[in-house]
Write a protein that binds this ligand. Structure first.
Ligand code: NDP
Ligand code: OXD
Length: 306
């Protein structure tokens, strides 16, 4: 069996070594134009040329959860496309979102400022009941985040495409229930895939439906946000702040106003990193399952966009 590694932005050597150790029977090679066609591939933002040169590819494994970079590509019709399911990302997402939420809720930035000024002064506590946290996207990551937020006893709401029933989470579904969901939230966490339906979803219309003093945590994709709309709502005071991990252009350009906005906290797309060992273990197990004719989970539906 031949496995190709086509992740142009990543250092390939440790991945090749890990794959060879996990699947010693396989011939594992980095993809280069003109290389022999592969049976399986690990991909992250591959060029179209990669798929054009793969007439016999049985399955391609995206080494991330989000497949938006694959959506514009022509993938051979017989190739199964699978994305990463958790593989150590869900707990990272849970800790990132809880950190951002609690940092804001408990006013840790204000305390840091006070401490730097030598001021010993307690601030009035907020009531958790007044801070409903809404999670857009109740998939592998959204569900894990919902559970973590609920453990801190915040009211938790969730919104997805199809209806879910999750203990401790008030679940909403579909466009018809979006406004009811948004108006019931003070904090909004975005964990949607980027698809034609979800692009620009964090816009003036939707963000202005959050409760006054709302807070936005975007850990999905930068193109979910209409940047100017977010800035306007922060400047008007309707939104109290935002923590953003993902951006339209990454790295975020030096001149972008998000860098210097006093109500925005930024991180460089690190809320949930792809962990090599867990990822290789998950994909190696799926390749073996596929070889034995078993059904795979995490299959991407290109029509649906995730
Ligand atoms: P899943 O596919 O497991 O979950 C996606 C969720 O979004 C599902 O609940 C789905 O609904 C919902 N959804 C999709 N389209 C719509 C829509 N039009 N309206 C309402 N709900 C919708 O994905 P993951 O949880 O694994 O990952 C989510 C995203 O997180 C990734 O696509 C990626 O962009 C981002 N991500 C970011 C990382 C980072 O470091 N910043 C790291 C990893 C992922 P339903 O349940 O009904 O299908
Ligand atoms: C992912 C990511 O989609 O890292 O996995 O953004």
């Amino acid at each position: 069996m031949r496995i190709s590694f086509c992740c142009p932005s990543m250092e390939s050597q440790p991945w090749l070594e890990g794959l060879r150790a996990a699947l010693p029977q396989a011939e594992v090679a980095p993809w280069a134009s003109g290389a022999a066609p592969a049976d399986y591939a690990l991909v992250w933002a591959p060029p179209q040329q990669f798929f054009d040169e793969q007439p016999q590819l049985k399955a391609a494994f995206n080494i991330g959860a989000g497949v938006d970079a694959l959506l514009p590509l022509r993938v051979p019709s017989k190739t199964v496309l699978a994305r990463l399911e958790d593989a150590g990302m869900a707990v990272q997402m849970a800790e990132y979102v809880c950190h951002a939420l609690i940092r804001h809720f408990r006013e840790f930035d204000a305390y840091a400022e006070q401490m730097s000024l030598g001021q010993w002064q307690a601030r009035a506590p907020h009531m958790r009941a007044d801070w409903p946290v809404g999670i857009m996207g109740l998939g592998v990551l959204g569900k894990r985040v919902a559970k973590a937020v609920a453990a801190f006893e915040f009211p938790v709401l969730g919104w997805s495409r199809s209806q879910h029933a999750i203990e401790g989470v008030r679940c909403y579904a579909g466009q018809a229930q979006l406004d009811d969901f948004l108006s019931a939230c003070k904090v909004l966490v975005c964990l949607l895939p980027l698809t034609p339906d979800t692009r620009d979803i964090l816009n003036q219309r939707n963000l202005s439906r959050l409760q006054p003093g709302g807070y936005v945590i975007n850990v999905a994709r930068g193109a979910h946000v209409v940047d100017d709309d977010l800035l306007a709502l922060l400047d008007s005071g309707h939104l109290a702040g935002a923590t953003l991990d993902v951006f339209h252009t990454e790295p975020l350009p030096d001149a972008h106003p998000f860098w210097r906005h006093p109500k925005i906290t930024l991180t460089p797309h690190i809320s949930a990193r792809t962990l090599r060992q867990e990822t290789i273990a998950q994909i190696a197990a799926k390749i073996l399952a596929f070889e034995h004719g078993q059904a795979l989970s995490g299959i991407v539906d290109l029509q649906r966009g995730y």
